[in-house]
Design a binder for this molecule. Sequence first.
Ligand SMILES: Nc1ncnc2c1ncn2[C@@H]1O[C@H](COP(=O)(O)OP(=O)(O)OP(=O)(O)O)[C@@H](O)[C@H]1O
Ligand SMILES: [Mg+2]
Length: 532
Amino acid sequence: MKEYWTSLASVLGVFAFCQTILQAVFPPELRFATVKLFNKIFHCFSSYCYFDITEIDGVNTNELYNAVQLYLSSSVSVTGNRLSLTRALNSSAFTFGLANNDTISDTFNGATVLWEHVVTQRQSQTFSWRPLPEEKRGFTLRIRKKDKPLILNSYLDYVMEKANEIRRKNQDRLLYTNSRGGSLDSRGHPWESVPFKHPSTFDTLAMDPEKKKEIMEDLQDFAKGQGFYHRTGRAWKRGYLLYGPPGTGKSSMIAAMANYLGYDIYDLELTEVHNNSELRKLLMKTSSKSIIVIEDIDCSINLTNRKKSNNGGGGASRSYYDSGDIRGGGGGGGEDGGNSITLSGLLNFTDGLWSCCGSERIFVFTTNHIEKLDPALLRSGRMDMHVFMSFCSFPALKILLRNYLDYEEGDLDGHVLKELEMVVDMARMTPADISEVLIKNRRKKERAVVELLDTLKIRAERNNNNASNGGRAVRRGKNDDEDEEEEEEQEKRALDSESPKEESEIEDNCNKVEDEDEEEEKEGDGEKEKIK
Ligand SMILES: Nc1ncnc2c1ncn2[C@@H]1O[C@H](COP(=O)(O)OP(=O)(O)OP(=O)(O)O)[C@@H](O)[C@H]1O
Ligand SMILES: [Mg+2]
């Protein structure tokens, strides 16, 4: 035993001596080259090749890393022994993942591959312009050399496709916002995200069925149109402009689109963007299969060369200038601090070369005042589809009755339906107004219909009277904003003063229905007693 320890000590001694000589004689570059050479020799004799898929690729987040993580989460949950388990904030689903530095094998077309999740601590002295995550994460894929030409590309395509499928199936889509201003998070993202759970779908959306069908088909064509866009040399993107009065379902339509296609939403708050280059960076950080939304575009950018100052209502704390710029009120640049996005910057965002960095993206702009938009924004090819979200029509009303009261076409009395049809267009009520009436009385369906009919009739009559007092409307117009605003104010005040009357009338009618209900109940009780 003693002899064994003596020989071990002498071997270690010789090894240490050689190392000291090596360090003393050879410079570090040579030592590094020697290690590299050894590695090369080792790889020559190894029958495997390795591919590193790092989480952050230079400055961008590597889409493949996220896809692999998702793809493995589905297979890991079944087979793995050691799993990492996460649940994102507000998310309903648990996600299984490969634990740090753990491995899992997978088979594809008869070949076996091995995935390793590699997590290492980032060295603190690493210099970076922005804060980096403390850990460096990545996956290493090991494939037999002989399998590499056969499977590598098709396997990675398969992984990407599967990951997309899983995401869509999980319904785990994200709503991104740039409300943090220009600052980046530790992974270099300017966007913050929350799980997107808006329940609006094309089924619940009250609008003309023909128009709805057209939009759904257009979306389907777009989603399946990779080949078409490639063949025709067009960027794989599409623009929608949704316009119409408040409460007609523009935002609901965006949610329905996202739910229909399974896309994420990027809700771009222009008032938080300080200049064109920041806008471009935001665009670069959006992923494919997403909808990029700018709501109330007419309020975010001055397109009419009118001087107007905004006192900060509704989050639009900006001043507007003749140049068509918007300047960041809170951007620290003051009026002339150089913080501005221009209309051309915005057009480049949707249409220029930068708009193609990524694919399969839909741009949606919404506005209540299409007439205020610059023709450049409306030019054909820029916003491919202009969708007018109108006041509630009769077909849309039927959808609301079905959704809120569970009334199908034949359930309602034909006479009531006819009456509804006659007044609904003239009433010019938005689906939002109508759903308010319905939701208030959803437990008493008949009362809901009576109240709705009364409200529609009163509104229709008022609109009729207003139309016959047309002189007022002619006097207005002339592009005089102050007049316009004052008239809006007056109408609002008139509306307010009318509403008590409306309510009392409606109340009377509803009381009638309630009395009838009570009588019916009494009769019913009487009958029950008789049966007893
Ligand atoms: N077409 C519609 N179909 C179903 N519900 C609707 C529709 N339009 C409005 N609503 C209801 O009214 C609410 C407000 O609608 P929404 O926010 O989509 O309107 P909007 O057109 O985006 O309004 P704004 O111009 O003020 O942003 C929705 O939550 C929804 O319940
Ligand atoms: Mg909206």
